[in-house]
Design a protein around this ligand. Sequence first.
Ligand SMILES: CC(C)(COP(=O)(O)OP(=O)(O)OC[C@H]1O[C@@H](n2cnc3c(N)ncnc32)[C@H](O)[C@@H]1OP(=O)(O)O)[C@@H](O)C(=O)NCCC(=O)NCCS
Length: 161
Amino acid sequence: MPGDSPIMRAYRPEDRAPVVRLLTGSDPWRKLGYGDEDWARLFRTDGIVEGREGYVLEADGAVAGVALLRPKFLMGDYLELLAIAPTARSKGYGALLLAQIEAVTFARAKNLFACVSDFNNGARRFYAGQGYCEIGPLPNLLIPGSAELLLRKTSGPMRKI
Ligand SMILES: CC(C)(COP(=O)(O)OP(=O)(O)OC[C@H]1O[C@@H](n2cnc3c(N)ncnc32)[C@H](O)[C@@H]1OP(=O)(O)O)[C@@H](O)C(=O)NCCC(=O)NCCS
């Protein structure tokens, strides 16, 4: 129903076309050289590629956002991809999807990691506002001349001594 609150749910094979449409031609991936082959590898016709959990944000019956989570990374989870459809940005959907991913992660682990490209100033401000610390640069990780910045949000240390 129009106007219903957006909800996060698990990715389904039928989400593939709207998810790929949402990502195609979108920065930072366009600038990083991602294209159809990459989306086909990650979002397969029979589900998500092995080792990842896929989630979509559904708003008014349509896919408005997508996230890929890799569990068991450095005492936490790694958020491999977070995207809101260009037409649905700046409505609070990114913050909502991220908060729901965090609920998944912090129910089982102490850290959520992500990467953001050094040139992606908008996303850097977005993550800073959601409580993520920039741990440091990983130079030339994806493309020459650009760094991926490792980000971390934590609920505390692993061990109590
Ligand atoms: C980054 C992204 C996920 C943010 O989603 P969104 O739905 O547009 O963001 P929201 O509306 O939830 O904004 C939440 C907060 O972040 C801030 N923010 C969001 N995008 C911002 C931008 N480009 N520049 C500065 N601040 C930004 C908002 O101002 C808001 O701040 P507030 O809480 O103080 O009002 C979305 O813009 C996107 O998909 N971008 C392209 C893909 C990408 O860069 N992904 C992340 C890196 S892999």
